[in-house]
Design a protein around this ligand. Structure first.
Ligand code: ACM
Length: 268
């Protein structure tokens, strides 16, 4: 199975321009079976106001961007994970959809909101789903979710071979250091599809990355160019959790010592 990312700069306020860019870049993802796009690919990130975020949001699966992603997945016979500014009734969520050749399979709503995002979005309410797409099982995290090792572990324990990570990262270098480590400790593949460009006071850091279950960076994009990356994924590597012939990454855990992780206020 070949997996890839599209790194680009969505055009804030001009979804049609963003769609045109994706159309051009997805043509370069030769041989890819699954492609990941950045966070909020339909809208851009640094909204002037909640009203602007609202105007640039869309319902899933009805909106124009979702329609475009579904058409691409169907015509190419591939899976696509893409960040979407999602409108649901009166609410907005920072969401990623998983689409296959037959249409939308599921979605994930960002769990840990970053900086001003709580002024716009509600925190995710769909948990941490893992989707079986036949060729592999995959989970989704969005951008700032990266700093919480718990969510990577939960997805891996639920059987994810691969975590797709649409992002709009702004702190240079931090997440890109952590991705191979999350991949290594959980023995999974990770695709971080980051964006580039500047919106107002925010510059996005690119360096989209695919890491393998041994913590090896298989491919990394530049920090400033629109580009794609595609690599081969060896699923058996992700399903082998043995660290030595006598050590298993999951079975050797001592969860009875970890109860603090699920307490809301560890000082109580
Ligand atoms: C981020 O969560 N967009 C940094």
């Amino acid at each position: 199975m070949n997996i890839g990312f599209i790194q680009f700069s969505p055009v804030l306020g001009d979804p049609d321009a963003s769609i045109e860019k994706i159309k051009r870049l997805i043509n370069q993802c030769e041989g890819a079976d699954l492609v990941v796009l950045p966070e909020l690919s339909n809208s851009g990130y640094n909204f002037e106001s909640k009203e602007q975020a609202w105007e640039l949001s869309e319902e899933i699966p009805k909106g124009k961007f979702c329609d475009f992603i579904q058409t691409e997945a169907r015509e190419r016979g591939i899976h696509i994970v893409a960040g979407v500014n999602e409108r649901d009734g009166e609410r907005l969520y920072n969401t990623a959809i998983l689409t296959g050749p037959e249409g939308i399979i599921g979605k994930y709503r960002k769990t840990h909101l970053f900086w001003d995002e709580p002024d716009i979005f509600l925190p995710g309410d769909l948990g941490l789903p893992v989707f079986d797409i036949g060729e592999c099982r995959l989970g989704i995290l969005i951008c700032f979710d990266w700093i919480f090792p718990e969510v990577w572990r939960v997805l891996a324990l639920k059987g994810a071979d691969l975590v797709c990570h649409p992002s709009n990262l702004v702190i240079p270098g931090l997440c890109q250091k952590a991705i191979p480590v999350h991949a290594l400790t959980n023995r999974i593949y990770i695709i971080t599809a980051n964006r580039i460009g500047t919106e107002g006071n925010l510059t996005f850091t690119g360096l989209s990355t695919i890491a393998d279950p041994k913590g090896k960076v298989l491919i990394q994009a530049s920090s400033s160019e629109e580009e794609v990356g595609v690599v081969d994924m060896n699923i058996s590597l992700a399903r082998d959790k043995m660290i030595t012939p006598r050590n298993h990454a999951f079975n050797d855990r001592r969860p009875e010592l970890y109860s603090l992780l699920t307490e809301n206020d560890p000082d109580e």
